[in-house]
Design a protein around this ligand. Structure first.
Ligand SMILES: [Zn+2]
Length: 295
């Protein structure tokens, strides 16, 4: 189970949260069997998703982050809800790339920069909220920062990190996110900039044994901060046979008739790899129920 802590500065001008998502990203690696760089890309997006999910207000609200930069790993998707349950996948998760010039996993190279970060918030209204920004670096934290600045007009600093072992398991993963509230003065911004100029990477802080609350304090030493709340991000897929059936019905009559020719239609959940089997009888039943719905 991950650990996420949200804090507010004593003067009420900024919010900061930090999280340890090592278990969440390790679970994603176990499900998807991703290469190191793809585990880092997916892990960073899942971590960003967990933090953004924690800002959702409604119990049933969900958030989808999709980054499609045209890189060799293809699109990366993360879905989170307000309870910090996250799930995700990366289209070509086996892509390996040499380390970048800083000696780090080349997440930006795997994701690519020719495309968009799209944020979809389903807040239970008739239409979901959709925000989109051009990809800055494909390194994900910068792209999330850019999204908040452009789409939500909220000055934000985001840090994300995933440390992968030689055997591809996840040693550490986590992140932090700072948001300036509208009441923040210019000197608050200067103080934040001064503070973050001197910080270590998230994975270094986690490796040094810092808890998320301690990371919040280490990132902003000039501020006095207090903990607002805590939650526990988990990797959890909410797929079910019923949901898959609804997706099949939505595919349409022709598609269903085509599937009915096959004695065993298999549908694999992209988020958890669970396989659902449908006999041609099952498919014909779906077809029938979809037609009776129409009449
Ligand atoms: Zn699933």
């Amino acid at each position: 189970m991950g650990h996420l802590v949200r804090c507010i500065s004593e003067d009420g001008t900024l919010l900061i949260m930090a999280c340890d998502t090592t278990d969440v990203v390790q679970k994603a690696y176990e499900i998807h069997g991703t290469s190191k760089v793809c585990t880092a890309a997916l892990g960073r997006l899942l971590t960003g998703g967990a933090m953004m999910g924690s800002m959702l207000k409604g119990k049933n609200d969900t958030l989808t982050l999709k980054i499609n930069g045209g890189g060799p790993a293809g699109s990366v998707i993360a879905v989170a809800d307000s309870m910090c349950r996250v799930k995700g996948y990366i289209v070509d998760g086996n892509v390996e790339l040499p380390l970048n010039e800083k000696g780090k996993l080349d997440v930006g190279g795997a994701v690519g920069t020719n495309g968009f970060l799209t944020v979809i918030k389903d807040l239970g209204l008739s239409e979901p909220y959709v925000g989109q920004v051009p990809i800055v670096s494909g390194e994900i934290a910068e792209d999330i920062t850019s999204y908040f600045a452009a789409s939500e007009q909220t000055p934000t600093v985001c840090g994300l990190g995933v440390l992968v072992a030689q055997d591809k398991s996840v040693l550490k993963a986590g992140g932090f996110l700072i948001q300036l509230l509208p009441t923040a003065e210019n000197d608050t911004i200067d103080k934040v900039e001064h503070d973050i100029a001197g910080i270590h990477s998230v994975t270094k802080m986690l490796t040094d044994g810092l808890t998320p609350a301690e990371i919040c304090k280490a990132v902003l030493p000039s501020f006095s901060i207090e903990v607002l709340d805590e939650s526990h991000p988990v990797y959890q897929c909410d797929c079910s046979r019923e949901r898959v059936q609804n997706a099949l019905i939505a595919a349409g009559k022709d598609e269903l008739l085509d599937m009915a020719k096959d004695d065993d239609t298999q549908v694999t959940c992209q988020f958890c790899n669970r396989v659902y089997h449908f006999s041609s009888h099952d498919i014909l039943q779906l077809l029938k129920s979809s037609q009776s719905d129409e009449s």
